[in-house]
Design a protein around this ligand. Structure first.
Ligand code: ADP
Length: 263
Protein backbone atom coordinates (compact mmCIF):
# COMPACT_ATOMS: atom_id res chain seq x y z
CA UNK A 1 0.00 0.00 0.00
CA UNK A 2 0.99 3.62 0.35
CA UNK A 3 2.38 3.02 3.81
CA UNK A 4 6.13 2.69 3.27
CA UNK A 5 7.35 3.34 6.80
CA UNK A 6 10.33 1.15 7.59
CA UNK A 7 9.82 -1.39 10.35
CA UNK A 8 12.60 -2.87 12.44
CA UNK A 9 12.65 -5.67 14.93
CA UNK A 10 15.18 -4.87 17.66
CA UNK A 11 16.59 -7.67 19.81
CA UNK A 12 19.12 -7.47 22.63
CA UNK A 13 21.54 -10.31 23.37
CA UNK A 14 24.48 -11.06 25.66
CA UNK A 15 24.99 -10.85 29.39
CA UNK A 16 24.34 -7.12 29.70
CA UNK A 17 22.24 -6.86 26.55
CA UNK A 18 25.38 -5.57 24.88
CA UNK A 19 24.63 -6.94 21.43
CA UNK A 20 21.88 -5.15 19.54
CA UNK A 21 20.50 -6.70 16.37
CA UNK A 22 18.16 -4.71 14.12
CA UNK A 23 16.29 -6.66 11.45
CA UNK A 24 14.43 -4.95 8.62
CA UNK A 25 10.92 -6.41 8.70
CA UNK A 26 9.30 -3.82 6.43
CA UNK A 27 8.56 -6.39 3.73
CA UNK A 28 7.30 -8.94 6.26
CA UNK A 29 4.93 -6.40 7.78
CA UNK A 30 3.57 -5.51 4.34
CA UNK A 31 3.01 -9.17 3.49
CA UNK A 32 1.19 -9.71 6.78
CA UNK A 33 -0.98 -6.67 6.02
CA UNK A 34 -1.81 -8.09 2.57
CA UNK A 35 -2.76 -11.43 4.11
CA UNK A 36 -5.02 -9.78 6.70
CA UNK A 37 -6.75 -7.66 4.05
CA UNK A 38 -7.28 -10.68 1.85
CA UNK A 39 -8.90 -12.69 4.64
CA UNK A 40 -11.11 -9.75 5.61
CA UNK A 41 -12.25 -9.13 2.01
CA UNK A 42 -12.77 -12.80 1.19
CA UNK A 43 -14.91 -13.41 4.26
CA UNK A 44 -16.91 -10.28 3.59
CA UNK A 45 -17.56 -11.33 -0.03
CA UNK A 46 -18.64 -14.82 1.04
CA UNK A 47 -21.36 -13.46 3.26
CA UNK A 48 -23.82 -12.30 0.59
CA UNK A 49 -24.03 -15.52 -1.46
CA UNK A 50 -24.40 -17.51 1.76
CA UNK A 51 -27.31 -15.37 2.88
CA UNK A 52 -29.06 -15.96 -0.45
CA UNK A 53 -28.48 -19.73 -0.29
CA UNK A 54 -29.79 -19.88 3.27
CA UNK A 55 -32.87 -17.86 2.33
CA UNK A 56 -33.86 -20.22 -0.48
CA UNK A 57 -33.21 -23.29 1.66
CA UNK A 58 -35.50 -21.95 4.36
CA UNK A 59 -38.27 -21.33 1.80
CA UNK A 60 -37.96 -24.86 0.41
CA UNK A 61 -37.90 -26.42 3.86
CA UNK A 62 -41.20 -24.70 4.65
CA UNK A 63 -42.89 -26.66 1.88
CA UNK A 64 -44.26 -30.14 1.90
CA UNK A 65 -41.66 -31.90 -0.22
CA UNK A 66 -40.77 -35.63 -0.50
CA UNK A 67 -38.82 -36.96 2.49
CA UNK A 68 -35.47 -37.71 0.78
CA UNK A 69 -35.45 -34.20 -0.67
CA UNK A 70 -36.16 -32.70 2.76
CA UNK A 71 -33.30 -34.68 4.25
CA UNK A 72 -30.92 -33.34 1.62
CA UNK A 73 -32.15 -29.80 2.07
CA UNK A 74 -31.78 -29.89 5.81
CA UNK A 75 -28.21 -31.22 5.43
CA UNK A 76 -27.51 -28.30 3.13
CA UNK A 77 -29.00 -25.89 5.62
CA UNK A 78 -26.82 -27.28 8.39
CA UNK A 79 -23.67 -26.96 6.29
CA UNK A 80 -24.62 -23.44 5.17
CA UNK A 81 -24.96 -22.49 8.83
CA UNK A 82 -21.53 -23.94 9.52
CA UNK A 83 -20.09 -21.89 6.70
CA UNK A 84 -21.76 -18.76 8.03
CA UNK A 85 -20.20 -19.35 11.44
CA UNK A 86 -16.83 -19.83 9.83
CA UNK A 87 -17.12 -16.64 7.80
CA UNK A 88 -18.24 -14.75 10.90
CA UNK A 89 -15.27 -16.05 12.92
CA UNK A 90 -12.84 -15.26 10.09
CA UNK A 91 -14.15 -11.70 9.92
CA UNK A 92 -13.94 -11.27 13.66
CA UNK A 93 -10.42 -12.65 13.79
CA UNK A 94 -9.20 -10.46 10.94
CA UNK A 95 -10.68 -7.39 12.64
CA UNK A 96 -9.00 -8.36 15.88
CA UNK A 97 -5.66 -8.83 14.14
CA UNK A 98 -6.00 -5.49 12.36
CA UNK A 99 -6.66 -3.66 15.62
CA UNK A 100 -4.37 -5.65 17.89
CA UNK A 101 -1.82 -2.87 18.18
CA UNK A 102 -4.36 -0.16 18.91
CA UNK A 103 -5.67 0.51 22.37
CA UNK A 104 -9.24 -0.73 22.69
CA UNK A 105 -12.04 1.59 23.80
CA UNK A 106 -13.02 0.00 27.07
CA UNK A 107 -16.48 -0.06 28.58
CA UNK A 108 -17.80 -1.66 31.75
CA UNK A 109 -19.19 -5.09 30.92
CA UNK A 110 -21.93 -6.42 33.19
CA UNK A 111 -20.27 -9.73 33.62
CA UNK A 112 -23.03 -11.42 35.59
CA UNK A 113 -25.61 -10.82 32.85
CA UNK A 114 -23.09 -11.65 30.13
CA UNK A 115 -22.39 -15.02 31.75
CA UNK A 116 -26.06 -15.76 32.26
CA UNK A 117 -26.72 -15.18 28.54
CA UNK A 118 -23.81 -17.43 27.62
CA UNK A 119 -25.14 -20.03 30.04
CA UNK A 120 -28.57 -19.97 28.35
CA UNK A 121 -27.00 -20.48 24.92
CA UNK A 122 -24.83 -23.27 26.29
CA UNK A 123 -27.92 -25.06 27.64
CA UNK A 124 -29.44 -24.81 24.14
CA UNK A 125 -26.25 -26.13 22.56
CA UNK A 126 -26.16 -29.01 25.04
CA UNK A 127 -29.79 -29.85 24.17
CA UNK A 128 -30.57 -33.47 24.89
CA UNK A 129 -26.98 -34.10 25.98
CA UNK A 130 -27.96 -32.82 29.42
CA UNK A 131 -24.75 -31.33 30.73
CA UNK A 132 -24.83 -30.28 34.38
CA UNK A 133 -23.94 -26.60 34.64
CA UNK A 134 -22.75 -24.93 37.79
CA UNK A 135 -22.21 -21.16 38.09
CA UNK A 136 -20.09 -19.48 40.76
CA UNK A 137 -20.25 -15.79 39.99
CA UNK A 138 -19.08 -12.92 42.16
CA UNK A 139 -21.83 -10.34 41.47
CA UNK A 140 -19.85 -7.50 43.09
CA UNK A 141 -17.29 -6.94 40.35
CA UNK A 142 -17.64 -6.06 36.70
CA UNK A 143 -14.96 -5.92 34.04
CA UNK A 144 -13.75 -3.26 31.62
CA UNK A 145 -13.51 -4.51 28.06
CA UNK A 146 -15.01 -4.46 24.59
CA UNK A 147 -18.43 -6.06 25.24
CA UNK A 148 -18.89 -7.85 21.87
CA UNK A 149 -15.33 -9.17 21.94
CA UNK A 150 -15.57 -10.44 25.51
CA UNK A 151 -18.89 -12.04 24.68
CA UNK A 152 -17.34 -14.06 21.86
CA UNK A 153 -14.20 -14.99 23.81
CA UNK A 154 -16.01 -16.20 26.93
CA UNK A 155 -18.74 -17.97 24.98
CA UNK A 156 -16.16 -19.81 22.88
CA UNK A 157 -14.66 -21.25 26.07
CA UNK A 158 -18.06 -22.32 27.42
CA UNK A 159 -19.24 -23.79 24.09
CA UNK A 160 -15.99 -25.75 23.77
CA UNK A 161 -16.63 -27.23 27.20
CA UNK A 162 -20.04 -28.41 25.94
CA UNK A 163 -18.58 -29.75 22.68
CA UNK A 164 -15.76 -31.69 24.28
CA UNK A 165 -17.59 -33.08 27.31
CA UNK A 166 -19.62 -36.29 27.06
CA UNK A 167 -23.36 -36.33 27.78
CA UNK A 168 -24.37 -35.42 31.32
CA UNK A 169 -20.86 -34.18 32.07
CA UNK A 170 -20.19 -31.38 34.54
CA UNK A 171 -19.33 -27.81 33.52
CA UNK A 172 -18.35 -25.20 36.10
CA UNK A 173 -18.28 -21.51 35.15
CA UNK A 174 -16.60 -19.11 37.58
CA UNK A 175 -15.93 -15.39 37.80
CA UNK A 176 -14.17 -13.79 40.74
CA UNK A 177 -11.84 -10.93 41.58
CA UNK A 178 -8.98 -10.62 44.04
CA UNK A 179 -5.90 -8.44 44.55
CA UNK A 180 -4.28 -9.89 41.42
CA UNK A 181 -7.18 -9.06 39.12
CA UNK A 182 -10.30 -10.61 37.61
CA UNK A 183 -10.58 -14.28 36.80
CA UNK A 184 -12.97 -16.19 34.56
CA UNK A 185 -12.74 -19.95 34.28
CA UNK A 186 -14.53 -22.86 32.67
CA UNK A 187 -13.85 -26.31 34.11
CA UNK A 188 -15.26 -29.38 32.40
CA UNK A 189 -15.25 -33.11 33.07
CA UNK A 190 -14.65 -33.77 29.39
CA UNK A 191 -12.23 -35.64 27.13
CA UNK A 192 -9.23 -33.49 28.10
CA UNK A 193 -6.16 -32.64 26.03
CA UNK A 194 -2.70 -34.22 25.89
CA UNK A 195 0.04 -31.88 27.12
CA UNK A 196 1.87 -31.81 23.78
CA UNK A 197 -1.13 -30.16 22.07
CA UNK A 198 -1.69 -27.43 24.64
CA UNK A 199 0.88 -24.89 23.33
CA UNK A 200 -0.70 -25.07 19.85
CA UNK A 201 -4.40 -24.78 20.71
CA UNK A 202 -4.63 -21.04 20.02
CA UNK A 203 -3.26 -21.42 16.47
CA UNK A 204 -5.84 -20.92 13.72
CA UNK A 205 -7.50 -24.20 12.70
CA UNK A 206 -5.36 -26.29 15.07
CA UNK A 207 -7.33 -29.33 16.15
CA UNK A 208 -6.42 -32.22 18.38
CA UNK A 209 -8.77 -34.66 16.70
CA UNK A 210 -9.92 -33.31 13.38
CA UNK A 211 -12.85 -35.65 12.83
CA UNK A 212 -14.26 -35.15 16.30
CA UNK A 213 -13.80 -31.37 16.17
CA UNK A 214 -15.47 -30.73 12.84
CA UNK A 215 -18.38 -32.97 13.78
CA UNK A 216 -18.81 -30.92 16.97
CA UNK A 217 -19.68 -27.79 15.00
CA UNK A 218 -16.71 -25.60 15.92
CA UNK A 219 -14.85 -23.53 13.36
CA UNK A 220 -11.28 -24.17 14.53
CA UNK A 221 -10.90 -20.45 15.18
CA UNK A 222 -12.44 -20.23 18.65
CA UNK A 223 -9.27 -20.26 20.73
CA UNK A 224 -7.42 -18.01 18.26
CA UNK A 225 -10.20 -15.47 18.83
CA UNK A 226 -9.93 -15.92 22.59
CA UNK A 227 -6.17 -15.31 22.44
CA UNK A 228 -6.53 -12.08 20.44
CA UNK A 229 -9.32 -10.68 22.58
CA UNK A 230 -7.31 -11.32 25.75
CA UNK A 231 -4.06 -9.99 24.26
CA UNK A 232 -5.70 -6.66 23.50
CA UNK A 233 -6.76 -6.36 27.15
CA UNK A 234 -3.40 -7.43 28.52
CA UNK A 235 -5.11 -10.54 29.91
CA UNK A 236 -3.73 -14.09 29.94
CA UNK A 237 -5.18 -17.48 29.02
CA UNK A 238 -4.21 -20.50 31.09
CA UNK A 239 -4.99 -24.07 30.03
CA UNK A 240 -4.89 -26.96 32.42
CA UNK A 241 -5.99 -30.36 31.20
CA UNK A 242 -5.71 -34.11 31.69
CA UNK A 243 -6.75 -36.57 28.97
CA UNK A 244 -9.86 -38.43 30.07
CA UNK A 245 -10.31 -36.25 33.15
CA UNK A 246 -11.26 -32.82 31.86
CA UNK A 247 -9.96 -29.34 31.21
CA UNK A 248 -9.86 -25.93 32.81
CA UNK A 249 -9.52 -22.82 30.66
CA UNK A 250 -9.00 -19.68 32.70
CA UNK A 251 -8.64 -16.01 31.76
CA UNK A 252 -6.75 -13.69 34.06
CA UNK A 253 -7.50 -9.98 33.65
CA UNK A 254 -5.27 -7.24 35.06
CA UNK A 255 -6.55 -5.53 38.24
CA UNK A 256 -6.98 -2.17 36.41
CA UNK A 257 -9.81 -3.74 34.41
CA UNK A 258 -11.83 -4.85 37.42
CA UNK A 259 -14.70 -2.49 38.27
CA UNK A 260 -15.07 -2.45 42.07
CA UNK A 261 -18.44 -2.48 43.87
CA UNK A 262 -20.14 0.93 44.05
CA UNK A 263 -20.26 1.38 47.84
P1 ADP B 1 -12.83 -25.90 17.49
O1 ADP B 1 -13.78 -25.12 16.68
O2 ADP B 1 -12.21 -27.05 16.76
O3 ADP B 1 -13.39 -26.26 18.83
P2 ADP B 1 -11.05 -24.13 18.98
O4 ADP B 1 -10.01 -23.16 18.53
O5 ADP B 1 -12.16 -23.60 19.80
O6 ADP B 1 -11.59 -24.87 17.69
O7 ADP B 1 -10.31 -25.28 19.80
C1 ADP B 1 -9.16 -25.90 19.24
C2 ADP B 1 -9.07 -27.35 19.66
O8 ADP B 1 -8.82 -27.43 21.07
C3 ADP B 1 -10.35 -28.15 19.46
O9 ADP B 1 -10.44 -28.66 18.16
C4 ADP B 1 -10.22 -29.25 20.50
O10 ADP B 1 -9.43 -30.31 19.97
C5 ADP B 1 -9.43 -28.58 21.62
N1 ADP B 1 -10.30 -28.13 22.75
C6 ADP B 1 -10.78 -26.89 22.94
N2 ADP B 1 -11.51 -26.81 24.08
C7 ADP B 1 -11.49 -28.04 24.61
C8 ADP B 1 -12.07 -28.63 25.81
N3 ADP B 1 -12.81 -27.91 26.69
N4 ADP B 1 -11.82 -29.95 26.02
C9 ADP B 1 -11.08 -30.68 25.17
N5 ADP B 1 -10.51 -30.20 24.04
C10 ADP B 1 -10.72 -28.90 23.76
Amino acid sequence: GGDTRLQYQISLFGADDRLLVARDITRLTQLEQTRQNFVANASHELRTPLTVIRGYLETFLDQDLPKPLMRGLSQMQQQARRMENLVQDLLLLSRLEATSRQAATLKPVLIQSLISHIHEDAVTLSGERQHQFELQIDPQHDLLGVPAELQSALSNLVFNAVRYTPDEGHILIRWWADAKGGHFSVTDSGIGIEARHIPHLTERFYRVDDSRSSASGGTGLGLAIVKHVLMRLGARLEIDSKPGRGSCFSCHFPAELVVPPRD
